[in-house]
Design a protein around this ligand. Structure first.
Ligand SMILES: *Cc1c(COP(=O)(O)O)cnc(C)c1O
Ligand SMILES: [Zn+2]
Length: 404
């Protein structure tokens, strides 16, 4: 499908498919979707296709006929009545992105990004990652028979994610620095022609991530929720959700856009500070720190897009403490049987906080996007639960150990 790459900030058109930012002003890139094909369709035409990212092909910038796919998307949208009651809202749905092929929403962007790499004839792909991007890229690169290089911040990657990147055969490099440092290095490798860059700075990634928003509306039978809450790290996902909603509204498929609400961890919250100041730019955080490693980002590459999403939809942004994140993670598991990694639980922690503060009304119908699977970070889970019981191998000893 036809598409144009443009600078999000100065709107200059960009022809070179390998640049990672605007050659004129340095701004972040975006894709202008050509909606002509989609304009001749109705939602029910799409609903004849299997659910998943490629159901929404008319909104994607890569032809579905050569998609590199692991059948990503089509994740559950849980109607969490017990948790809605505890939070004090009319309804709460959890979009469970942990059910994707590699266990996080990153697969939605990666199927499109790796398909693009194949379309361009690239041989090697690469990324900097807090973990999930590398797990996803490694799997899709394997599927496409491409070489893969991933740069991870040393010592701060959850065990499940590291295991995945190694397992799918990527060259895994531990960088002496944080995510933002690793991104600078991989951008240099891309400029040198060593690899094709597949961080969310690549505008094809957010295009695939739009589909999480399409699916939410689709699964709610086009009854648009009042608010969508999601965790924010590099801010690619929140920007993609906004873009998706704008596209469907421009076609008249939906009549309004949910209030998009972003949650950051207190130790890595540059966009929350900008939002509080009413600013459309942000000051990077030099030393981001949080248990939610997937959102341990100081200089979000799509930060300006995210601020636009917050302001244009009359949404909101707030931060939550690590304790609140871990409490929310456990509560979601024990109330609804839904297991998510810490970053994902930030959306639930943010919901509780914003209801208490009166920002979210008790009458609202809310969707929280829970971005990754509980098994991604087993060490944090084990550290955050009651210790296990030890027992001799007899029924009597077990009864005694557990006190029943
Ligand atoms: C990448 C990631 C995020 C942050 O998404 P951004 O698009 O960078 O804002 C949140 N949660 C999980 C589990 C992730 O993997
Ligand atoms: Zn520009």
């Amino acid at each position: 499908m036809a598409h144009i790459i443009k600078c999000f900030e100065c709107h200059a058109e960009v022809d070179d498919p390998y640049v990672d930012s605007c050659p004129r002003c340095g701004g972040v890139l975006a894709i202008e979707t050509d909606l002509d094909e989609a304009a001749s369709l109705r939602p029910k035409d799409l609903r004849r296709r299997p659910i998943g990212v490629w159901r929404y092909a008319p909104f994607l910038p890569v032809d579905a006929s050569h998609a590199v796919s692991l059948l990503e998307g089509g994740t559950p949208l849980y109607d969490c009545r017990a948790l809605a009651k505890k939070a004090g809202v009319r309804s709460l749905h959890v979009k469970y992105e942990g059910a994707n092929p590699t266990g996080s929403f990153k697969d939605r962007g990666m199927t499109v990004g790796v398909s693009r790499a194949v379309e361009l004839g690239c041989r090697t792909v690469g990324c900097a990652s807090t973990g999930n991007t590398s797990a996803s890229l490694a799997a899709y690169a394997a599927k496409a028979s491409l070489g893969c290089v991933v740069l991870l911040p040393s010592g701060k990657v959850a065990a499940g994610k590291l295991a995945q990147a190694m397992f799918y055969g990527a060259k895994v490099v531990s960088i002496d620095g944080n995510f933002d440092d690793a991104l600078n290095v991989v951008r240099q490798l891309a400029r040198d022609g060593t690899l094709y860059l597949l961080n969310s700075i690549n505008p094809f990634r957010p295009e695939g991530q739009k589909t999480v928003a399409f699916e939410i509306v689709d699964q709610l039978d086009f009854d648009v929720p009042d608010r969508i809450i999601l965790p924010v790290g590099n801010a690619g996902n929140i920007s993609a959700v906004h873009k998706a909603m704008v596209e469907w509204k421009s076609l008249g498929w939906i009549d309004r856009i949910p209030k998009i609400t972003g949650i950051q961890a207190a130790g890595a919250a540059p966009l929350v500070r900008a939002f509080r100041a009413g600013s459309d730019d942000f000051v990077p955080e030099g030393h981001p720190e949080t248990v939610a490693t997937a959102i341990r980002i100081g200089n979000p590459v799509s930060g300006k897009k995210a601020l636009r999403a917050l302001y244009d939809t009359k949404g909101f942004a707030t931060d939550v403490t690590d304790d609140a994140i871990l409490d929310a993670q456990r509560l979601l598991g024990r109330t609804e049987g839904v297991g998510v990694e810490p970053a994902s639980a930030a959306s639930i922690a943010g919901l509780f906080k914003l209801v208490e503060e009166g920002v979210i009304d008790s009458d609202e119908r809310v969707v929280c996007i829970c971005t990754g699977n509980v098994l991604k970070d087993p060490d944090t889970v084990i550290g955050n639960c009651e210790p296990i019981f030890e027992s001799k191998a007899s029924a009597e000893a077990v009864r005694k150990a557990i006190g029943i």
